[in-house]
Design a protein around this ligand. Structure first.
Ligand SMILES: O=C(O)c1cc(C(=O)O)c2c(n1)C(=O)C(=O)c1cc(C(=O)O)[nH]c1-2
Length: 245
């Protein structure tokens, strides 16, 4: 495929973006409960805190200074230049806006095993793959500005109980995601030159889409169907809180 056709094929993968997951549809169409919104915010926090580790892994495997110089901005976006800034802090404020103390997010007590495994698969992939392949797996962000916009457009009307100061994260990501995509596409369009390599990349992109979709599947089980892990045995959240290695 020439670069245009390859980019078209990448963009066509948007059909499988988690914007189409029923859990997400419920959130932006206004039918999600307070518990479902809180569950999503607390679980997605695990993605937020792992993204900088994923980006550091890509940099650790990358021997090109020019790429590292550009890629490092992603870590700064999430960690901030100093305490109290950056995406992780903004997400903690989103947590407070939906009624969750920051300690609840930081403790990871609400992170479901299925969410944890999906996010960990992304970090582990980035550790083991070539930096170009790991970089290209971030390209689900092609579709992210639209999903952030959908929340900004619909949540304030549907969920007046959410403090509007919590929406800053989504606002900030609109431009950051566009810039990330521009860099990710540059790497991807030049790296995958043969048809077989391009098919491999499309499979990597599907792997990443599967991660995002699987996270919402785990949340649907717990917060829509009332089938959190071990629900046949106990209503308590007995699952593990992560095993530090
Ligand atoms: O809210 C979302 O639906 C969504 C999706 C994605 C994505 O497509 O991976 C990211 C984000 N948000 C996001 O906020 C973010 O910082 C981010 C980084 C990455 C990545 O793969 O490096 N994806 C995403």
């Amino acid at each position: 495929m020439n670069a245009d056709a390859f980019e078209q094929a990448l963009r066509a993968k948007g059909a499988y973006y988690h914007i189409h997951h029923p859990y997400h549809v419920a959130m932006y169409s206004g039918t999600a409960s307070r518990e479902q919104i809180q569950g999503w915010v607390a679980n997605r926090f695990y993605y937020q805190i792992k993204i900088p580790l994923k980006d550091a892994a890509i940099m650790a495997n990358c021997n090109d200074p020019a790429t590292r110089r550009e890629w490092i901005q992603r870590i700064i976006d999430h960690d901030g230049e100093r305490q109290g800034e950056g995406g992780i802090e903004a997400w903690l404020r989103l947590g407070e806006a939906v009624g969750l103390d920051r300690e609840v997010l930081l403790s990871q007590e609400k992170v479901l095993p299925g969410v944890r495994f999906a996010v960990d698969a992304y970090v582990n992939f980035a550790r083991r793959a070539s930096w170009q392949e790991a970089a290209s797996s971030s390209l689900t962000e092609l579709f992210a500005p639209q999903i952030h916009q959908s929340r900004l457009d619909s949540w304030p009307a549907h969920y007046p109980w959410i403090d509007s100061r919590g929406y800053e994260y989504f606002r900030k990501r609109m431009s950051e995601a566009r810039r990330d995509v521009e860099h990710g596409l540059r790497i991807t369009l030049s790296h995958y030159q043969t048809y077989d390599a391009q098919q491999r990349m499309l499979n990597i992109l599907q792997f990443k889409l599967d991660i995002l979709w699987s996270m919402l599947d785990a949340m649907s089980m717990a917060y829509e169907l009332d089938r959190a892990p071990y629900h046949t045995v106990t209503a308590q959240a007995v699952w593990h809180r992560g095993v530090d290695l």
